[in-house]
Design a protein around this ligand. Structure first.
Ligand code: T5A
Length: 210
């Protein structure tokens, strides 16, 4: 399988298993001889990590949805130009923990900002830089919340403090996106044992990107 210059993103609610499966996928990619560049959103650059802090841990909980949208877009615009495009051009496989679809779902479906405005800002931020494959890890809201609670640090960030209805809209938003773009997005039941999900992801990579 030649994955040179492919762009793979992971999406899903909090605690859905993105970090877990990124680590597992990268191990398999290295074993298969691929060079990888692994990053996350928001963040991945010095500037982006500062924006991440503002978004998730700013001492004031008050932030308008419009401000939130623009801050996520600003972090992403930097990450794309500083790291993602150069890595793709050099033939690395780029694996990113969240990308454009997070904004479509969290700021669009869940915060209910107008879909056209979200799409326009998304386009301005990344241009034509789009994932080749997006792996959506799906878990019910109750599972997501219980995994976040037992994660260890005991502290919920600004977005994790939203209520169950917000996260139901997040989940539905991802499932609707996957229906709208079935060629790019693949959904995995992430309540299944991690080994099983890992094998299903690897099989999908072969089927979609070989
Ligand atoms: N956001 C982000 C927006 O609103 N708009 C945007 O445009 C962007 C980019 C980012 C926040 O910002 C929002 C979304 C988020 O609220 P984050 O910290 O990057 O926050 O993302 P989180 O989703 O919160 O990351 P988490 O680390 O909480 O979740 P993961 O990475 O999905 O989950 P993971 O792998 O750490 O697993 C959580 C726990 O579940 C277990 C793991 O062992 C771990 O303990 N687990 C399983 N248990 C049983 N079975 C399985 N199959 C399991 N898989 C994992």
């Amino acid at each position: 399988m030649n994955l040179r210059g492919k762009f793979i993103t992971f999406e899903g609610s909090e605690g859905s298993g993105k970090s877990t499966h990124i680590q597992r996928l990268v191990r398999r990619l290295h074993a298969a001889g691929a060079e990888t560049f692994v990053t996350r959103e928001p963040g991945g650059t010095a500037l982006g990590e500062e924006i991440r802090h503002l978004l998730l841990h700013h001492r004031s909980a008050i932030m308008s949805p419009e401000t939130e949208l623009l801050l996520f877009a600003a972090a992403r615009a930097q990450l794309v130009r500083e790291h993602i495009l150069p890595a793709l051009q050099s033939g690395q496989v780029v694996v990113c923990d969240r990308f454009l679809d997070s904004t479509t779902v969290y700021q669009g479906a869940a915060r209910r900002l107008a879909a056209e405005s979200v799409a326009a800002i998304n386009h301005f931020a990344v241009g034509e830089c789009r994932p080749d494959l997006t792996l959506v890890l799906d878990v019910p809201v109750e599972v997501s919340q219980s995994r976040v609670r037992t994660r260890g640090d005991g502290k919920a960030d600004r977005i994790e403090r939203e209520d169950g209805d917000f996260f139901r809209r997040v989940r539905e938003g991802y499932l609707a996106l996957a229906q709208a773009e079935p060629h790019r997005l693949a959904v995995f039941d992430s309540t299944r044992p991690p080994d099983e999900v890992e094998s299903a992801i690897w099989k999908t990579l072969h089927e979609r990107l070989a």
